[in-house]
Ligand binder design. Structure first.
Ligand code: GTB
Length: 215
């Protein structure tokens, strides 16, 4: 059965691939799996039909063979396991790759999201200019540690894995911030990830939706 995912009917990111369906598309492309996309409006995301798939009324969701999932971490892990991709075969390597997935979602992404939210929602507050550097310091602290661990390696732990897919997806959100520039090895890591043909296909597919050229 072909997997079906949901994505924004019109992504507020202007087609930059920052909405989280891109990571699911990317994992499916890495697995060589065709998929269908059901586009949803902001209103439809809060309707009972969508809430039955996603309790928080968000995108993306994933359906395949009677299984319905939400949360991109769970979905990418499921795709990796189901199709035997993006995870090392040995149990220890596999566990480490999953640790990197959690690190991306639980340790690196939260301060990035906090900065994003502050930029969108608090820009007009008088204390915004004072708060922003503090939020950026928290991000730099994470990037500093990540950069030290990556060193000159291509990927975080051996071959490209679901951990790298998730970490790169998170770092992509910083592209326009200027914060990555102080970490050339992370910028190069991100460029390597973006150059993967599977990512290119995923990016092009979400952009086509934004341009009104397909799902
Ligand atoms: N933890 C969940 C997961 O990983 O699946 C988070 C899912 C999530 O945040 N979904 C967002 C959503 O549905 C879309 S991706 N938001 C609507 C809502 O909550 O009502 C987040 C996102 C949105 C917009 C941009 N952008 O414009 O740049 C980037 C990322």
């Amino acid at each position: 059965m072909t997997a079906v995912i949901t994505a924004f009917e019109r992504s507020p990111d202007g087609g930059r691939g920052l909405a989280r369906d891109t990571r699911i598309r990317w994992a499916l492309e890495e697995a060589g799996q065709a998929y269908e996309v059901r586009l949803v409006s902001f209103a439809a995301m809060k309707e009972p039909a969508h809430l039955a798939l996603h309790p928080f009324g968000q995108i993306p969701t994933y359906e395949d063979d009677g299984l319905a999932l939400f949360e991109t971490g769970a979905v990418v892990l499921h795709i990796a396991e189901r199709h035997g991709v993006l995870l090392p075969e040995d149990a220890a390597g596999r566990a480490r790759a999953i640790s990197w997935m959690f690190a991306a979602l639980n340790t690196v992404e939260p301060p990035i999201l906090e900065r994003e939210m502050a930029t969108y929602m608090e820009r007009d507050r008088r204390w915004h200019a004072e708060r922003l550097p503090l939020l950026e310091d928290r991000i730099r602290d994470r990037l500093d540690r990540l950069s030290a661990r990556l060193g000159e390696a291509d990927w975080l732990d051996g071959a490209f894995s679901a951990g790298d897919l998730m970490m790169a997806s998170v770092l992509l959100r910083l592209k326009s911030s200027g914060l990555l520039e102080a970490f050339p090895n992370l910028a190069a890591y991100l460029a390597r990830a973006e150059a993967r043909p599977a990512y290119q296909r995923a990016f092009a597919a979400q952009l086509a939706v934004f341009n009104g050229a397909g799902a």
